[in-house]
Design a binder for this molecule. Structure first.
Ligand code: ADP
Ligand code: MG
Length: 247
């Protein structure tokens, strides 16, 4: 998909952020359109999670503007499942928690929440694991449970902060393929944070490469899958080199 043709779902304009004596973000502008998969690629500690925390309205920013057109869900970098709850209760937790927040009409009781999420266990590769505890799951399965929890919270716009960071490379590759597959089925809008160049190229329609702290946008790449794919590895190599030179 080419950029900017669809409705703009996230519009970050010239956002800057400073923590006491440290400039973290400098004039960050990022646009994500409906159905797009966009990655923010940058080195560790440059301010990527800060961007998400600002988009999710968890922290303030100093200047610029942010427009969100839709509902967000946010998969944190460290998204631990509660060890004393079963997988299905972990996944349905956000649906029951809404009760305590202001969305009084949205909340479900435990039974309703379980019913709602149950149908997705097959698609998310977790069928038969509903009543297991997180410690009984492999790393990939835990991460799929995290995805499912984010997904049932809301699948309009999903913010994914380094979701594959802790996985071994074999599990990671199969999870990336799985995510693309899911994405193509549900047509969510996805903004992903990563420091992995291959991952960004494989998954994204567009990539914003950001510099080390204070983070600014170095360059935006449109990833045309007809040009960048496994049959044209040379093109991918060239692109990787160009991105590496920017970082
Ligand atoms: P990334 O996700 O790219 O690894 P972060 O957004 O988590 O980076 O953090 C960017 C920088 O902002 C870090 O180098 C850190 O020094 C600083 N930082 C993050 N949170 C705070 C905070 N609450 N107070 C002060 N500095 C912070
Ligand atoms: Mg981070």
């Amino acid at each position: 998909m080419s950029s900017y043709q669809n409705k703009v779902k996230i519009d970050i304009k010239n956002v800057s952020k400073r923590y006491e004596d440290v400039d973290v973000l400098e004039n960050i502008s990022i646009k994500v359109c409906e159905g797009e998969f966009v990655s923010i690629l940058g080195p560790s500690g440059c301010g990527k999670s800060t961007i998400f925390n600002i988009v999710a309205n968890l922290i303030d920013y100093d200047s610029g503007s942010i427009d969100i057109n839709g509902k967000l869900s946010y998969m944190y970098q460290k998204d631990l499942l509660l060890p004393h709850k079963t997988v299905i209760d972990n996944v349905s937790l956000p649906l029951t928690i809404m009760k305590e927040k202001k969305h009084r009409n949205d909340f479900l009781n435990k039974k309703e929440a379980r019913e709602k999420v149950k149908n997705y266990f097959d698609t998310f590769g977790l069928l038969g694991y509903e009543n297991k505890y997180p410690s009984e799951l492999s790393g990939g399965m835990k991460q799929r449970a995290n995805f499912l929890r984010t997904f049932v919270t809301c699948n309009d716009i999903m913010l994914l902060d380094e979701p594959f960071g802790a996985l071994d490379s074999i599990t990671k590759t199969s999870m990336q393929k799985w995510l693309l597959d899911i994405k193509n089925k549900v047509n969510s809008t996805i903004l992903l944070i990563t420091h992995d160049i291959d991952e960004a190229i494989m998954l994204s329609n567009r990539i914003y490469v950001i510099s080390k702290k204070p983070a600014s946008i170095k360059k935006e790449f449109i990833i045309d899958k007809d040009y960048y794919n496994d049959d044209n590895l040379e093109n991918i190599m060239k692109l990787k080199k160009e991105i590496l030179n920017l970082l």
